[in-house]
Design a protein. Structure first.
Length: 230
């Protein structure tokens, strides 16, 4: 799942492949046969709950056999977050606070906190309720806090050496959360309604350089900065 090789369809971007027609009909209340995928996504996003998502994860038809192809799917992160909760008996939010945010000193970062958006956007702005994006789009943060996370992760404070090797071992150019773009560069980007993020980690001469850009538009310029550094 962390290497995006589960084959499970993306419940966010492929709703008609992930959810069956009955679930979509029950959630929206009308026939969606003539609606575009994008329209379904916008209306379905806040109409399903954890039971709907987990039930569909076990009943949907895979896009491909597990561990045969890379295909990015937000569903992987959602399921892993639910597994964490059920194994530990804690909420996903509490796990992140205890294991990452507080140890890293990330004081302006929250997860799963609907309405608590002081870290990133105005409190009267519209955004997707985080309970439908658990594990794959529920975190509000700042560039300073993400830098604190990077320094802790790549400084060896969060994971053991063996785990780091497994975590950053690329399969089809993808590690557990980063694309291995070039020998000295791993990166990832992400977007949701009103947000776009670019995250570059450059490995050079035994040190790490970080490029972190948050914006409310699609085109960040992180790669231009990387080219400039070269």
């Amino acid at each position: 799942m962390l290497h995006m090789r589960s084959g499970i369809p993306d419940y966010v971007n492929q709703p008609t492949l992930f959810f069956d027609a009955e679930t979509i009909m029950d959630a929206l209340g009308y026939d969606v046969a003539f609606m575009s995928e994008e329209s379904i996504i916008h209306q379905l996003y806040n109409s399903v709950d954890e039971d709907d998502i987990m039930r569909s994860a076990f009943s949907c038809r895979p896009n491909n056999e597990p561990d045969t192809e890379f295909e990015y799917s937000n569903t992987n992160y959602y399921i892993l977050a639910v597994i964490l909760e059920r194994v530990t008996g804690k909420t996903y939010e509490d796990i992140l606070n205890e294991e990452i945010f507080r140890p890293c000193g990330m004081t302006d970062t929250t997860a799963m906190s609907f309405g608590d958006v002081t870290a990133s956007i105005k409190d009267d702005a519209w955004y997707t309720e985080p309970c439908q994006t658990k594990g794959c789009g529920d975190i509000h943060s700042t560039v300073v806090d993400l830098l604190k996370y990077d320094r802790a992760l790549f400084g060896g404070y969060l994971l053991k050496d063996k785990t780091m090797e497994e975590f950053f071992y690329p399969i089809d150019g993808y590690t557990c959360g980063f694309f291995r773009e070039q020998e000295d560069l791993i990166k990832h980007s992400g977007s949701t309604h009103g947000f776009h993020t670019e995250h570059y980690v450059i490995e050079r001469n035994g040190k790490h350089l970080y490029i972190i850009m948050f914006a409310n538009q699609k085109d960040n310029n992180a790669h231009a900065i990387y080219n400039y550094l070269n």
